[in-house]
Write a protein of this length. Structure first.
Length: 291
């Protein structure tokens, strides 16, 4: 069980605790156990800020949102206004697109860890996936490898909660086996023509942008024939339908089809046939955020 701060004080040990002190209900450093030294004043400030928001505005309503199958836009917008969305897409803070961090400091990965830990206290996987299941994995490839023009158009809108993005890799016949995906993108002049299907796409039904893994090489090329590109929901031939799942309803799990979608070549993310490397790189931050 957690150590009683009053008892420790009588022993001459000064400690700082946070939360309700339920054993194993919070990270150890909240409860007067070992602080590994990674956390400073700014981490504690963010922790208190996010917890207050969750306790006051999320937890009392979150299961109604799950039943409704969507997080209200005003809630998502408030999270954006708090400066939490840019924290969730890795380092460094994207100042070029969103200005200085409104929290007054440069967030690190421990700020991101604390933010997700506190948001998860609401007890709803649907809320967590609905909030971050698209952004956390869909925007970093754009931030890292898209053209300056695409970045300037997409990143500010997404990080200010005006638009939504998701990652579309998994297919009906290719999930963990990314190298064998079948969605194709055929170059025709200054466009690609995209055809294929994506399945289990988190946030897809809400998304304005899709970071999509496509095959630009031949099937025999395997992972060496995969590219990433940004496809927009408004492009003719993009169709989405929400999947009925057993849980996480407000995450917007979606089946996406691309039927002769004409995508500007400028929407290619990084270099053609180099998408597999970018996907693997993206998995590092994705897995950190998910776990």
């Amino acid at each position: 069980m957690a150590m009683d701060p009053k008892m420790l004080a009588k022993m001459g040990i000064n400690v700082e605790t946070f939360g309700d002190m339920n054993a194993f209900g919070d990270p150890n450093w909240y409860q007067a156990f070992n602080n590994p030294g990674y956390y400073n004043k700014t981490h504690k400030e963010l922790r208190a800020k996010v917890r207050a928001f969750v306790d006051e505005e999320v937890t009392p309503n979150v299961f109604e949102w799950d039943e409704a199958g969507v997080i209200p836009q005003q809630v998502y917008q408030k999270i954006g206004d708090m400066g939490l969305l840019p924290i969730s897409v890795g380092r460094p803070w994207p100042k070029e697109f969103v200005g200085d961090c409104p929290l007054g400091y440069e967030p690190d990965y421990f700020h991101e860890l604390i933010m997700f830990d506190e948001l998860a206290r609401c007890g709803s996987g649907g809320f967590m996936w609905g909030l971050a299941g698209g952004l956390v994995i869909g925007l970093p490839p754009v931030l890292k490898w898209a053209t300056p023009e695409v970045k300037a158009r997409v990143v500010p809108e997404v990080l200010s909660a005006k638009k939504v993005i998701c990652l579309a890799i998994t297919e009906p016949t290719a999930g963990s086996d990314v190298a064998n995906l079948k969605t194709t993108a055929v170059k025709e002049g200054d466009h690609y023509i995209v055809n294929g299907e994506k399945k289990w796409i988190t946030n897809g039904i809400f998304s304005d942008y899709f970071t999509v893994a496509v095959r630009t090489g031949s099937a025999k090329d395997g992972m060496k024939g995969i590219s990433l590109m940004l496809i927009e929901k408004t492009m003719p031939g993009v169709n989405t339908r929400k999947m009925k799942c057993s849980g996480v309803w407000s995450s917007g799990t979606t089946y996406v089809t691309f039927d002769d979608v004409k995508v500007p070549a400028a929407n290619l993310i990084g270099k053609e046939n180099q998408g597999f490397k970018m996907i693997m790189n993206n998995f590092n931050h994705e897995r950190f955020a998910i776990c």
